[in-house]
Write a protein that binds this ligand. Structure first.
Ligand SMILES: [Fe+2]
Length: 272
């Protein structure tokens, strides 16, 4: 493992191991893989890209897709693992839609599995807003020893326009996971700009594929990791794609916290 990490410094994303903590690879449970064949193909593409562990994170409690029991989901994970023989290893988690009920879903009803059964939960805000009182619910989660990782904050319309809101959440202990497609431009220029701003201000701790299929929301992370390395250096890129997500699936504290700074809106100054 050490040699892979050392090699990573020189060849970012080029065959070195990565860990993907956000994917919709489980078949027929949400808007992700539509069949076991597609799920297997997504996993194989992930392995070919250098991903050694992938966490399946089907949507949970989003009022769009059915929320399946962890037992039902685990059976699908077990089937994938039996077929893939560890390349990559599949773990279970979920992408929990934020409501003020997050603590109940995770800690009381156990209807929303944490990432790989550990002490981190992937939480998604609604697309347009950050609901008022979010801080309190997320703090309650942290008081239960569960660390919230906010899925793709760069794609949330409110946070895009007010990135300082996300800075406040990060300062309160929340972590940030950006999607690969946000760096490669898949979601448009505005999302890309928000991703860059959050990255430059140390507000992102992970990058993950958020892959849904083999057509247009693809597995793999290396292309985005190369973009990140170009922007902020190989060390930070490695932390976001390898060491931090590996710590999440190993149930350990993440080793790298970038220094968070308050994002400043860029102003054009005119001098006369
Ligand atoms: Fe997702």
């Amino acid at each position: 493992m050490l040699s892979a990490l050392v090699g990573f410094t020189n060849r970012v994303g080029a065959g070195n191991f990565m860990v993907d903590i956000h994917s919709h690879i489980l078949p027929e449970v949400d808007d992700g893989a539509r069949s076991m064949d597609e799920a297997l193909e997504m996993c194989r593409q992930s392995a070919a890209d250098g991903i050694t562990t992938i966490v399946a994170t089907p949507h949970a409690h989003d009022h769009v897709h059915e929320t399946h029991t962890p037992k039902f989901l685990q059976a699908k994970v077990d089937e994938l693992n039996a077929r893939l023989q560890g390349q990559p290893k599949v773990e279970l988690g979920c992408e929990l839609r934020f409501t003020h009920e997050v603590v109940r879903h995770i800690c009381v009803n156990h209807s929303a599995p944490t990432l790989a059964g550990g002490s981190y939960a992937l939480v998604e805000f609604p697309h347009a807003v950050v609901p008022s009182g979010s801080e309190r619910a997320l703090f309650e989660l942290m008081s239960q020893q569960i660390r919230p990782i906010i899925a793709h904050p760069e794609r949330n319309m409110m946070l895009m326009n007010q990135p300082e809101r996300f800075y406040e959440l990060v300062e309160a202990g929340v972590l940030g996971q950006a999607d690969t497609g946000s760096f490669t431009g898949q979601f448009g220029a505005k999302v890309q700009k928000a991703a860059h701003l959050m990255l430059e201000n140390g507000l992102l701790h992970f990058v993950a594929s958020d892959c849904h299929n083999t057509r247009n929301r693809l597995p793999g992370m290396s292309a985005a990791v190369a973009v990140i390395a170009e922007m902020v250096g190989a060390e930070y890129a490695e932390a976001m794609s390898t060491t931090n997500p590996q710590a999440v699936v190993s149930g350990l504290p993440i080793p790298t916290y970038p220094v968070a700074t308050l994002p400043q809106k860029r102003k054009k100054w005119l001098f006369f």
